[in-house]
Design a protein around this ligand. Structure first.
Ligand code: MSP
Length: 508
């Protein structure tokens, strides 16, 4: 069985500092990366910044900075965010790095060699904000300007010599590819969107620009820079040292298992990217998942509305793990969701403090008083085994993860937390003081439940979970998902380490 797993986030434009939307994509990807890691996979998890193109060049010009030093500064804030979010990424790629340029130029050369690229002239609409070309029927007039119907961003008219990629030739092969790889695009609604777009007919795609210079040069023509999307998408290969196809990284990790992206960039990942790859005779990735938007209140975040949510502010106030938990549990994955302080506070109070925190604290303080903070002995009865055995189905959980069914995964955790609290209440160990073995067994069962649920929570709240598992001396690199199958991992008479309060209830 192939135990390698390659997952990516989009690479972010360093045109302004990161916001909650960026943090969301990254946290989602980290969740899957960490799950796969504790399930025994070698995980390659890539993130980074997308630094070329007119959008970045203009942002730098506005501040009178040269684009490279502008990118250096902002890319650093994205790299810092990977630490703040406690991402387990293996690499952080910047498209201005030499290793990346080599890959892009190589891919270009192959496309040219395969007769997929020709020189012509582009005239049409272009959105600098989306770095996207739009057809006439994709733009509309709004408040005196032409804007893209889909994104609402302003478009400008472009007429220039340009290299084109023969995208139109790939309409049939792409439809065939989607048919054979039913789950290439998820969720299903987005798959249907993409298929109907492709069925509507594909035109050749302009893949170079001539009127500015901030980009990777077209190898055969210095006057052109490679279209920023062809440049950016290649990051998924360049981190693996493509074009050196014999190196271990490329061999082990390509094709990527999962590209996590926002729904705004689906067309680039689900149409252009597989088309470029098929044309270069490189295998396309296995899956592209287009998640929804994180809204601020009910609106999309934007500078002009002044409603940008800063992940750092929320983390400073509430902590990282509650934010991660909220985004994974409260946002229906695949759909838009929102975050407000009130909702976050409710979630911290009810799920984290009352449900999870309470379970840990009450069981541990009971164990401290009644079992001298040692793992007690046990002799399971049916009711103990029923609840323990309800958290053993590793294959079912793996399927949830492989279908990116985050919400079912989170529901399962919440259910098990409730059930465990209920178990401890119903068993009333405080009334069993003259039946030591029964009292011990209830505590042992509750400790095993905490161990199992905390393992499930590790991809969601790594810092908190590591703290909890430390009470059992289970260190981070030894966390093993498959051990939830077993009901008797904890060894008798081993000391239970102390645990500080996990989540403080917020007074409202
Ligand atoms: N640079 C391109 C991606 C190239 S990938 C080869 C880009 N960058 S971006 O910075 O504008 O946005 C990247 C991603 O950030 C989006 O696709 C999405 O995953 C995430 N988000 C940005 N704003 C968002 C929200 N408001 N909500 C959720 N995610 C959003 O596009």
């Amino acid at each position: 069985m192939n135990k390698n797993y390659y997952i990516t986030t989009p690479i972010y434009y360093p045109s302004a500092k990161p916001h909650m939307g960026h943090a969301y994509s990254s946290i989602i990807a980290d969740f899957f990366a960490r799950f796969k890691k504790i399930d025994g996979y070698n995980v390659y998890f890539l993130t980074g910044t997308d630094e070329h193109g007119l959008k970045i060049q203009r942002s730098a010009e506005k501040l009178n900075k040269d684009p490279k030093s502008f990118c250096d500064e902002i890319s650093k804030t994205f790299e810092d965010l990977t630490k703040t979010l406690n991402l387990s990424n293996t690499d952080f790629i910047r498209t201005t790095e030499e290793r990346h340029k080599i890959s892009v130029q190589n891919l270009w050369n192959i496309l040219e060699k395969n007769k997929q690229i020709y020189l012509s002239k582009y005239s049409g609409w272009y959105s600098v904000s989306d770095e996207a070309f739009y057809n006439e029927d994709e733009v509309e007039e709004k408040e005196g300007s032409k804007v893209s119907r889909s994104s609402g961003s302003v478009v400008e008219w472009v007429e220039e010599e340009s290299f084109f990629f023969k995208l139109s030739e790939w309409e049939g092969p792409l439809l065939d590819f989607y048919e054979k790889n039913k789950n290439f695009i998820l969720p299903e609604s987005r798959r249907n969107e993409v298929i109907s777009f492709v069925k509507g007919g594909l035109k050749d795609l302009s893949v170079s620009r001539k009127t500015f210079s901030w980009g990777v040069k077209v190898p055969s023509d210095d006057d052109h820079v490679v279209y920023v999307w062809l440049d950016a998408l290649t990051n998924y290969l360049s981190s693996l040292k493509y074009p050196d196809e014999n190196n271990k990284l490329y061999k082990n990790f390509w094709p990527a298992d999962l590209h996590i992206i926002g729904k705004d960039i689906l067309r680039f990942h689900a149409v252009y990217w597989p088309a470029f790859l098929l044309a270069a005779k490189i295998k396309p990735p296995k899956r592209v998942y287009g998640h929804g938007w994180i809204l601020s209140g009910d609106e999309k975040m934007s500078k002009s509305k002044g409603n940008i949510l800063d992940p750092l502010e929320i983390i400073n106030t509430y902590g990282l793990d509650p934010l991660r938990y909220y985004l994974l549990k409260e946002v229906s994955f695949g759909n838009d969701g929102n975050i407000s302080e009130e909702k976050l506070e409710n979630c911290i109070n009810s799920d984290l403090a009352n449900n999870f925190g309470n379970l840990c604290q009450r069981v541990l303080s009971f164990a401290e008083k009644n079992c001298s903070s040692m793992i007690p002995d046990h002799n399971f009865m049916e009711e103990d085994l029923i609840i323990l055995n309800s958290i053993t189905d590793t294959d079912k959980i793996r399927t949830l993860i492989d279908n990116q069914d985050i919400n079912q995964y989170m529901n399962l955790i919440v259910d098990k937390l409730f059930a465990s609290n209920k178990y401890f209440n119903d068993q009333e160990p405080w009334k069993k003081k003259d039946d030591t073995l029964r009292l011990n067994t209830i505590v042992y069962t509750a400790l095993e439940l905490i161990r199992k649920i905390t393992i499930l929570l590790y991809p969601v709240m790594p810092q908190t979970s590591v703290k909890i598992l430390n009470i059992f001396n289970i260190k981070e690199n030894l966390i093993d998902f498959s051990t939830i199958k077993n009901n008797e991992i904890l060894e008798k008479e081993i000391k239970i380490n102390k645990l500080d309060i996990l989540f403080k209830k917020i007074d409202k």
